[in-house]
Design a protein around this ligand. Structure first.
Ligand code: CAA
Length: 402
C-alpha cells in the first residue's frame, strides 16, 4: 500500500493552493458580503487549466488523475467553498459524466470547450418539489423526429446564470417505473425556451452562483441525448458519484481551514494568563479536528484511487462525502467556539466557514440519504454492479497523449 502522492499530484495541488491564496483569499470576504461571484473567478480557473484538470489532453484537459481532482478540490475549499462548488458541477457532475457516457461527437462538442474554460457547465436534476426523491422528477422530454421537446423547472442549480451548457434529466416514459423513465440531455443556455435566474439570500456559499433553470418547449437535438432513453437515472447517479467525490474532498479542505485558523488563533489568544492553546478543553477540540481531517482525507483518497483503477465506487464515495461534510460542520462549529466572540463576527473567517459548511450536508445527497445508503450496503440490500458505461480508469499515457 502506497500512501505517497506523486510529484505531479503535489505540483498541481501546490499550483491551485497558490492561486486560491493569492488571487481569491484577499477579497473573498467582500464578495461573500456582496453575495456575488467575482467575474474573474471562472476565467482564471479556465486559464490555469483547473476546469479541465482531470480530463484527457485530447479532450482539452490537463491529463491529471482523479486523485489530483480531489486534492485540487481540497485546496480550493481551503480558501472558499464557492471555488470547489464550481468544480463539483462543471467537472464532477457534467464533464466527467460526458467522459463516461458521451459519444465521441459529444465529447468533442462539450468536453473540449469545457476543459479549456471556453464554456462553463452545470447540472440540472433537482426541481422545486424533488431533491432527494430524484427518481420522481417532473420535467418531461417528448421525442419529435430528431428532436426532443423539454419542459420543466430545475432548482438550486449552481452556475445557473453563468454556465453555457447543462446536463439535465427529464422524463421520457411516464409509464415506466420512475427511475427507468428518465433520460439525460445536454442543453445550452442559448436554446430558445431556456431561461435562468439567480437565487439570493442563502445562508452560505454567498460568493457563488446558485439559481434556477426553466425550460419551455426547448428543442434539443437527439444528438444531445446522453446515454440511451430510460438511462437518465443511472447517468444522474453516476454523475453524483463524481460530484460527491469533489464535495467530500472539498469538505476535507474546509476541515483543514477550520483546524489551521483555530491553531493560529489558539496560539496567540490568551486567557487566564496563558495562550488558550494550553487549555486542555481547547486541545481536545484541536485533537478531534485533526482526526476528522485525516479520516476525511483518507476516505477521499480511497475513492479517488478506486476511480483511477476504474472500480465502481458508489459506496466508498458516499461514505467519503457523508463523513467529510458532517465533520466539516462539526469542525466549523468548534472553530467558532475556539474563536469565542470573534468567531461570531465576520472579522474572522470561521464565521464564513460555518455558514459555508451547512450546504454540503444537504446538496448532492443529504447526510440522511447517505446513512440510508450505507445501511443498505451493510444489510446486503444494495450492491454496486457493472454499468453499461463505466467511468474510464486513469491511464497516464493515454490521458497525456494529444
Ligand atoms: N450509478 C449508476 N447506476 C446507479 C447508481 C449509480 N451510482 N445508483 C443506482 N443506480 C441504478 C441502480 O442500479 C438501479 O438500476 P436497475 O433498475 O437496472 O437495477 C437504478 O439506478 C435505480 O436504483 P434504485 O431504485 O436502487 O435507486 P437508489 O437506491 O440507487 O436511489 C436514492 C435512491 C439513494 C434516494 C437516490 O435517489 C439518491 O441518491 N437521491 C439523492 C439525489 C441527490 O443526491 N440529489 C442531489 C442533486 S444535485 C445537487 O444538489 C447539485 C447542485 O447543483 C447543488
Amino acid at each position: 500500500m502506497d500512501f505517497a502522492l506523486n510529484e505531479e499530484q503535489q505540483q498541481a495541488a501546490e499550483m491551485v493552493r497558490r492561486f486560491a491564496q493569492t488571487e481569491i483569499e484577499p477579497t473573498i470576504g467582500e464578495w461573500d458580503r456582496r453575495q456575488e461571484m467575482s467575474p474573474d473567478v471562472l476565467p482564471r480557473m479556465g486559464e490555469l487549466g483547473i476546469l479541465g484538470i482531470c480530463l484527457p489532453v485530447r479532450y482539452g484537459g490537463q491529463g491529471f488523475d482523479y486523485v489530483t481532482l480531489g486534492l485540487v478540490c481540497e485546496e480550493l475549499e481551503r480558501v472558499d467553498t464557492t471555488l470547489r462548488v464550481i468544480m463539483s458541477v462543471h467537472m464532477g457532475l457534467c464533464s466527467l459524466t460526458i467522459l463516461q457516457w458521451g459519444t465521441e461527437e459529444q465529447k468533442k462538442r462539450f468536453l473540449i470547450p469545457q476543459a479549456q474554460g471556453k464554456e462553463y457547465a452545470g447540472f440540472g436534476l433537482t426541481e422545486p418539489g424533488h431533491g432527494s426523491d430524484a427518481a420522481n422528477i417532473r420535467a418531461t422530454a417528448r421525442r419529435e423526429g430528431d428532436t426532443y421537446i423539454l419542459n420543466g423547472e430545475k432548482m438550486w442549480i449552481s452556475l445557473a446564470t453563468k454556465a453555457h451548457n447543462f446536463l439535465v434529466v427529464a422524463r421520457t416514459d411516464p409509464n415506466a417505473k420512475p427511475s427507468a423513465g428518465l433520460t439525460a440531455f445536454m442543453i445550452t443556455s442559448d436554446m430558445k425556451g431556456v431561461t435562468t435566474g439567480d437565487i439570493h439570500g442563502k445562508l452560505g456559499v454567498r460568493a457563488g452562483s446558485t439559481g434556477w433553470i426553466a425550460m419551455q418547449d426547448v428543442e434539443v437535438p437527439a444528438a444531445y441525448r446522453i446515454g440511451e432513453e430510460g438511462e437518465g437515472f443511472k447517468v444522474a447517479m453516476s454523475a453524483l458519484d463524481n460530484g460527491r467525490y469533489t464535495v467530500g474532498a472539498g469538505a476535507t479542505g474546509l476541515i483543514r481551514a477550520c483546524l489551521e485558523e483555530s491553531v493560529a488563533y489558539a496560539k496567540q489568544r490568551e486567557t487566564f494568563g496563558v495562550p488558550i492553546a494550553q487549555h486542555q478543553l481547547i486541545q481536545q477540540k484541536l485533537g478531534y479536528m485533526s482526526l476528522w481531517y485525516d479520516t476525511a482525507r483518507l476516505l477521499c483518497l480511497r475513492a479517488g484511487w478506486m476511480k483511477n483503477q476504474g472500480l465502481r465506487n458508489t459506496r466508498e464515495t458516499s461514505q467519503a462525502k457523508w463523513y467529510a461534510t458532517d465533520h466539516s460542520v462539526m469542525a466549523a462549529l468548534e472553530a467558532v467556539q475556539i474563536h469565542g466572540a470573534y468567531g461570531f463576527s465576520d472579522e474572522y473567517k470561521v464565521e464564513r466557514y460555518l455558514r459555508n459548511s451547512k450546504g454540503a450536508v444537504i446538496y448532492e445527497g443529504t447526510s440522511e440519504i447517505h446513512q440510508l445508503m450505507q445501511a443498505a450496503y451493510a444489510l446486503g440490500e444494495r450492491t454496486d454492479g457493472k454499468l453499461r458505461c463505466e467511468l474510464p480508469a486513469y491511464d497516464t499515457e493515454a490521458w497525456q497523449t494529444e
